[in-house]
Design a protein around this ligand. Structure first.
Ligand code: 1CP
Length: 336
């Protein structure tokens, strides 16, 4: 059993595994070089050899406990037949939603389109020895937001406006839930040891709607996979004190906290559910002493609790490679 799984399943507090969200990404010069030569992001995510190479880039530099497959949560809309482009200085741009086409998308068609993701996982696995291979998906709400909004909801987002057409929401949400579950199952079959479920936009849901759009769909995902032994790490970003309700309702194998969550509060209240992450990615842009102090703060708080070291969101592109190395070594006790 690899260290990450051991920490989650056996709730071990002595292991302190470490990996980083967006550990393969734009802060790495070797990633930027490949990205420069591959302008079409979705096409890049479907290139098995390049995905394998990018996934392993951070593993070659740092002694991390896991590789996360280089892919994107928007592969699910792509697999369902809604095309996705990534524009410079704009982010994702999805084509107009063709509801009939999406609802009629067959399981086989979806799996066939996403086959390179599964092949890349199998290929990465062969190069990992005892490290974990992490697969991932976006949670149903977060995928629903992108499919209807067609771009990042970072600006001008209106909840009521997004859910106004009840028929669309009902039908589309069901389809998305089912396909996300299939996408996870296929990643597990391909060899993923752990799955992370990113509900990156859960913070946009009004409190009274969290049950419908966050707790229930995340629970559906967990429940649909109860036969597998693969641990699921949930990340309902931005829901503040409702993290507690999330833990009660979903009962996740492991939960990723964001920088708004007080780690002491989480440890006290999450009832021994293994916790991952928390450190603000902006901390990594500060001086070495501050980085060390903040990292040690998380380590100390969780010294007697099952904890996976990670951040409260992805590594920022401006981050120095040396800082990621420094943190990894501090966590592993190789540096003071
Ligand atoms: O070079 C580039 O412009 C591409 C930037 C990039 C990268 C490196 C995108 C576009 N996706 C990725 C890879 C990616 N996406 C990974 C790789 C594995 C790793 O962690 O190393 C993962 C896990 C994701 C997941 C993802 N994609 C999320 C969930 C995590 C999060 O950031 O909250 C989300 C919301 C996306 C959508 C997405 N894809 C890319 C961008 C720029 C965005 C966010 C856009 C927005 O702000 O709405």
């Amino acid at each position: 059993m690899n260290r990450l799984t051991d920490c989650i399943i056996n709730k071990k507090s002595s292991l302190l595994p470490v990996w980083f969200m967006r550990q393969a990404g734009r802060y790495l010069p070797e990633f930027r070089e490949i990205r420069q030569q591959n302008q079409d992001f979705i096409k890049l995510c479907c290139d098995v050899n390049l995905v394998k190479e990018i996934t392993l880039q951070p593993i070659k530099r740092f002694d991390l406990d896991a590789a996360i497959i280089f892919s994107d949560i928007l592969m699910v809309p792509f697999g369902l037949g809604q095309n996705v482009k990534f524009k410079k200085n704009y982010g994702p741009s999805l084509e107009e939603l063709d509801l009939d086409k999406i609802l009629n998308c067959k399981e086989e068609t979806f799996i066939k389109k996403l086959k390179p993701v599964y092949e890349a996982i199998s290929s990465v696995k062969k190069n990992l020895n005892n490290k974990s291979c992490i697969g991932f998906v976006g949670a149903p709400w977060t995928i629903l937001v992108y499919m209807i909004n067609k771009k990042s909801p970072k600006q001008d987002f209106n909840f009521e406006n997004l859910i106004k057409d009840e028929y669309i929401i009902l039908k589309l949400f069901e389809k998305i839930k089912k396909m996300i579950s299939i996408h996870i199952r296929k990643q597990i079959e391909a060899g993923a040891d752990i799955i992370q479920i990113f509900d990156s936009w859960a913070g946009l849901i009004p409190e009274k709607n969290l049950k419908t759009y966050c707790y229930e769909p995340n629970f559906f995902i967990k429940d649909s996979l109860k036969k597998t032994k693969v641990p699921l790490i949930f990340f309902p970003k931005g829901i503040k004190k409702n993290y507690l309700n999330f833990c009660d309702e979903v009962k996740p194998d492991c939960i990723n906290i964001d920088p708004d969550i007080d780690p002491e509060w989480a440890k006290k209240n999450f009832n021994q559910i293994p916790i991952q992450g928390g450190l603000d990615p902006k901390t990594l842009l500060k001086d070495e002493d501050t980085v060390k102090k903040e990292v040690k703060n998380y380590i100390n708080i969780f010294s007697d609790y099952p904890y996976i070291f990670n951040l409260g969101h992805g590594v920022l592109p401006q981050t120095k490679v040396e800082t990621v190395k420094l943190i990894t070594e501090i966590v592993q006790g190789k540096r003071k």
